[in-house]
Design a protein around this ligand. Structure first.
Ligand code: TIU
Length: 220
């Protein structure tokens, strides 16, 4: 059976081979989606990000049904904070401080982990990253190369920060990315919409964008 698919997307159809495609879910952690976490402590309203959980779940379930490689990333730091750059600490003031879900953005804490609805299952990759981009100081590129992955379906939060940074990093490394519009969110809707345009403009300067329903439609 052919595993080649073509999805209606912007700026034009996105073609992919299921065996060479991974679903990358960026930072769907309580720290960004639940009250009292890092996102809220930065002054944001998390009701704008956690609304995407059902759509991401649908995409994740389909990826599992189709045996697609699934990668979950988590932004966070070592408990001794030795991997937090001073610049990040200075402008993300609460990293390491005690919050209602444990120490903010610290690995091993409840708030740092992925929300219940999207918990990884055996065989899925969980990638801890210290920065915004999922390639920076991680083994993501090595994992993707080992699995012969060439295309990425990208979901998660926040669109204009970790999602966009990861797509830009992936683009520079030769991966083709489809950003799943309804499976990504920013705290401000304008940042989300602007990011979509930045990715697909100039003939897809960083990649493609489409609602996840377009992908689900061709995979069903
Ligand atoms: N602040 C913000 O919008 N995002 C982050 O700090 N990290 C991620 O996007 N995951």
């Amino acid at each position: 059976m052919s595993k080649q698919y073509s999805v209606e997307a912007k700026p034009y159809n996105f073609e992919f081979d299921l065996d060479k495609t991974a679903l990358v879910i960026i930072d769907m952690q309580r720290d960004f989606l639940s009250p009292g976490g890092f996102g809220e402590q930065l002054g944001n309203d998390v009701s704008t990000t956690n609304v995407i959980i059902p759509d991401v779940k649908k995409m994740l379930e389909t990826a599992r049904e189709k045996d697609m490689l699934v990668i979950h990333t988590r932004e966070g730091h070592r408990p001794d904070l030795s991997d937090v750059p001073p610049s990040k600490q200075a402008r993300g003031g609460n990293i390491g401080k005690q919050g209602p879900m444990g120490r903010i953005l610290v690995r091993g804490e409840y708030g740092h982990d992925i929300v219940d609805e999207l918990q990884p299952v055996e065989g899925e990759v969980v990638l801890d990253k210290p920065g915004k981009g999922a390639f920076y100081q991680t083994d993501l590129d090595l994992i993707l190369k080992n699995k012969n992955i060439e295309t990425l379906l990208v979901a998660g939060v926040t669109t204009h920060v970790c999602v966009q940074t990861t797509i830009r990093e992936a683009n520079d490394r030769g991966y083709e990315c489809l950003m799943l519009e309804d499976c990504c969110a920013a705290f401000d809707a304008k940042d989300h919409e602007d990011s979509i345009r930045m990715i697909n403009q100039q003939g897809g300067i960083f990649g493609w964008t489409a609602p996840s329903t377009n992908v689900l439609e061709v995979l069903k």
